[in-house]
Design a protein around this ligand. Sequence first.
Ligand SMILES: [Ca+2]
Length: 337
Amino acid sequence: MSPNTNLFLKIAGSAMLILNVLKIISCRSVHPRPSRFFLSARTAAVLVLLLLAGMCCLASCDVLKNNIIRYTCRVKAAYDHDQGAFTQGLHYVDGKLYESTGLFGKSTIREVALESGDILRMLPLHGNYFGEGLTVFSENVYQLTWKAGLCFIYDRQTFELFGEFTYNTEGWGLTHNGTHLIMSDGSDTLYFRDPETFELVHRLSVTLHGAPLPMLNELEFIRGIIYANVWQTDTIALINPSNGSVVGLVDASGLLESYDISDKPGVLNGIAYDHDNDRLLVTGKLWPKLFEIEMVEESDASRSNDKGDVRAEVALQMMNWNNFYILGRLFAISLYL
Ligand SMILES: [Ca+2]
């Protein structure tokens, strides 16, 4: 539901509630019972109001739903990936693939050869730190930690750790837009930070169908859009950085289906983009493969069979239930008028 529609319904509901209370008080005191004509006119007005509110809800749902473009994935290439890598961050720049891995005692930053999956160089983190999102900005590699509140800064050429920033949230995903670092913390909020000081520049609340979309995790800024995979789903949300609204949803489920995997891998959690060659790369926690994928816009016919966008559908159902709840409350109130 759009904020305006929600506000409209709440104001309408509150107004009728107040009107109803005043009416009951007046009827029970000194005033005579209203005429039959008066009740009919008021009931008609309430019904018209309910009809308008319902139309607003349905219109807003329809517009919001249709504004989101849905994509599936077509695999263009599959590369080997270290199945011991609990991938938390992925970034490709200047022909080099950088990766951050997590888990206490197993966290690293590494440079990986894309085509072979070979680890070209790797730096382990202290066992107290759980590696998270990673991005390369200018000559620095930035790596978040999960709950330690530390962002490590490495020299890109040598992997020498030369600095750190602090923050007061959890650290999940990290990318940049050429000006600011963009960070997620598992909520629906993205944090834009100064790369020189890590000071918070502004927050961005991300919404899907007008409702907050939490669990934003690994990030990548691609051609003016923030890509964020939603934790524990195979969905990548495409976010308009100017207002936080989700403008597209990518169903990346099924990428590993054709592989015989004995050990169950973790969820999708790595997005990188090769700007020079327009290659979109994705992998996941403990995945044996890293994929170059092409996003394919779904046709209207295939949308009816959508099964990967679970969180989006849950959000939509919650929105509809909220509509029905508010309309039901309005109707119940109107019975007293
Ligand atoms: Ca990334």
